[in-house]
Design a protein around this ligand. Sequence first.
Ligand SMILES: *[C@@H]1O[C@H](CO)[C@@H](O)[C@H](O)[C@H]1NC(C)=O
Ligand SMILES: *[C@@H]1O[C@H](CO)[C@@H](O)[C@H](O)[C@H]1NC(C)=O
Ligand SMILES: [Zn+2]
Length: 960
Amino acid sequence: MWVATLCFFLVASGVLSKPVDDEPTCGYDACPLSDPATLNVHVVPHSHDDVGWLKTFDQYYFQDVQNVISSVIVALKLNPERRFVQVETAFFKKWWDQQKDSVRQDVINLVNNGQFEIINGAWSMNDEAAVNYQYTIDQYTLGLRYLEDRLGKCSRPRVGWQIDPFGHSREQASISAQLGFDSLYFARLDYRDKINRLSKKSGDLLWRGSSSLGNAADIFTSVLYNHYSAPPGFCFDIVCDDDPIIDDPESPDYNYQNRVETFANFVREQASKYPTNNIIVVMGDDFRYQAALNSYINTDRLIAGFDLFPQTFQGKTIKVFYSTPSCYAKAVNDYAITNDYNLEIKTDDFFPYADGVGNLVVGYFTSRPASKRFVRDGNILLQTAKQLAAAVNVPYDNVEINSLKEAMGVLQHHDAITGTELIDVTHDYHRLLHKGISDTSDAVDPILSNLITGSGDNDLQFKSCLLANVSYCPETKSDQFTLVVYNPLSRVVSSPISVPVDTETWSIVDPEGQEVIYQVEPTVIDFSEIIPEAVSPFFLEFVATDLPPFGYKVYTFAKTESAKIKSVTVGNEDTSFEVDETTGLLTSVTMNGVTLDISQDFLYYTSGGGSQAYVFTPASNDPQTIASTVTTSVVEGDIYSAVVQEFSDWAHQTIKVYKHDSSHIEFDYIIGPLDINDGGKEVISRFTTSLNTEGAFYTDSNGRETLKRVRNYRPDYEYTDEQPVSGNYYPITSKLAIKDEDSGLEVAVLNDRSQGGSSIEDGQLELMVHRAISTSDAFGLDEQEYDHGIVIRGKHYLVVGPSSGNGEKSLAAIERDVVQRKFLQPWVFVTNQDVSDQLVNLQFSNLKTSLPDNVQLLTLEPWKDNTILLRLEHVLEKDDDPNLSVDVTVDLSDLFVAFTISELAETTLAGNIPIDEYEPLHWPGSTNDTPKVRRDVGADLQVTLSPMQIRTFLATVTYN
Ligand SMILES: *[C@@H]1O[C@H](CO)[C@@H](O)[C@H](O)[C@H]1NC(C)=O
Ligand SMILES: *[C@@H]1O[C@H](CO)[C@@H](O)[C@H](O)[C@H]1NC(C)=O
Ligand SMILES: [Zn+2]
């Protein structure tokens, strides 16, 4: 009786009388049913919209993309069968901001009924070679949050759509799975791999994205059949010349049945190469659907044609329907479960990528090295800003910090950080990133000033010295200035800090009031030759000792007349190197208890005809040395000792050992401008040892897990058309290493930006540091800065020792520590205001204790009212170190100074899906003992991480 009354009440109040159509039916529930008895053809309309390439981001938006989204929305409303997948959130945001409410409501309705499905959803479709995982995670977090706020749960993507990047990283697969995606699609893989896969029907596969995380990083992956283009002859877009489908039998141009049969032939060919009774046929290409009705009217007719002129494949009816990539994945999953079908499991990656004979798309691993470094700087400031914003309760929608988040999102695009865009677009990317950095500095400046002075009422202003790399910083030209050195790592670090200065004698005072030891040296080259500014002739280095985690120390500088303070102890006896007096080249290094013969040199390949921004094809596989003899000079000081080498007037290097840090030897090089009258130069730094490496070397994947590579070998396909050099190039985001299994020795080179690299001979390592090429096509690399070819200043860090380590840590753990300290090196803010009386809090940390060495607090950023996004990562792989590659527990109950956490809610990687709402598809064969998700966080706020695990939480906080 009671139940009946309740029902009556609901009906009467109108709740149950709402038409069913108004309920969101998105997700797999909105998928067209695929029929086990037919061949199911999933037709997927899409537009590939680069956030910059031949045109700038804004040019593409105003000339192309706004037309795409606007006309697609109109077309979808006209026919509920039609579907569209929307990808780049940077463009979607620009469009959404310009729409009126009724159009926005249309979009929400179309998202809710599954017609307008958001896939990927990141700010841009990121590259997979040159990006670091932190950039990738951030730009997904930004895009997915934007979508969730405007469009709700139905906009949560379940598909990774990486159709255009030039090769695919294993870390991208791992991240995609952890974002909660069920499937991942791409188009570009090595031409031999593709032929092989299609012949054995393994274009649909299960990709195991991690060797530490087990099936938590498994993801269904599908290789698109016909690039990401519509079948030949079926581009109905206004930019195409293909015939429309003419269904009027009276028309002399009638072609209906014929066109249906042509499409059916394409479908049959494709279906014969894929494993299930489903295939995905994408209808689209670059910037298509600008007049969407053209395409949809014809595609509607094409689909209807399969009812009028029935077609079969291997005795089964061919069923054609509008669908989406998520619906395709669901259909393949249903098939796999029903038939207990195991997809092929892949455990490595899709690098390198040759798109045809001899055409190795590996040049972009290094192209535009200055941009690649600029992005890394942007990341350090962004993490700093987010951490400080969380410390002082600045809201998520801070416009200034978002400006940098968005710029960083765009810069991860596969024609941005890659350096494969036209030069005007490069300049526009630099403009965007520079604006983001300067906006964010404006946000950080008052936070720092208030923290330091302990008052909101101050006139302190800080700047960042973005041109310190070329010895230019107006503030440090003064007789007195103040530095705030911020440490974005969640553990205490000591770091060398370098500042350009005009004079040699200084008094530096640290927060404890102690005089700080420093060293001043002349700059290695006269930078006034490369930038038209009043550069400083010297640089000063000191060690910022014990920088607190997520915190800063303030150092005051004053010029003195007296000689500098000399240290009493002369640091580091553990690490040293030798240089040959005759050749001027490195001959041996001693560190971690071993002495190893090793030489290092700069060489260059002359660019062959095929080399340009994307592709590396050396004219000869033997690189030439730059110099027969190298002039050297020795520098001995309290902070570091070094040898300065001059290879030529365009190649210099300083090899340094810091007294306070024996973990690595630094190679600080300045290369350029390159003379490209010979067609082009592709310059490498090469390390040579006698290690017996048996063709093997090791590379990182997006700065995270390590992959073993074997020279002239591909695990998945027969390696024909061998290219001795370019065919062995891999992306190096953080580390390139070799090992000698017999002696147990290992050599690793870590870098300060992503580059291409390889081991072409046993015992050797090479990294490409710069490339400038003159080509007739638009993709040459002859970038100019101040009317001369670009000059690149960069750093390599060398680590040598037994793989088993130095008795405290394995070499892998030592390398990881250096990688992290360099990737998130302290950020220096400077002012030359006379502010001594305002400096109250000379030290700050938002953490009460340092986190253990194997954990990093990867993200800390404001999220919602009283909520903070917090991401913890275990930084080691499962076999890296017997003592550190173990589960580690972090106590979050009393960690932060600025706030107290009362509750932790775990989410998927981007923070958009509460872990309880996360229901991944399960695949036969994807079995492993690691559980897909961990939910073992209790009210006690203890979080346990296993090797390589990243866990994301929304923390409810109270500010103290
Ligand atoms: C120095 O850094 C700036 C900003 O990232 C960059 O534009 C410039 O090319 C760099 N110069 C050198 C010599 O690396
Ligand atoms: C692990 O710890 C033990 C005991 O402290 C130590 O003897 C060993 O050398 C460590 N392992 C490594 C690789 O450093
Ligand atoms: Zn693209």
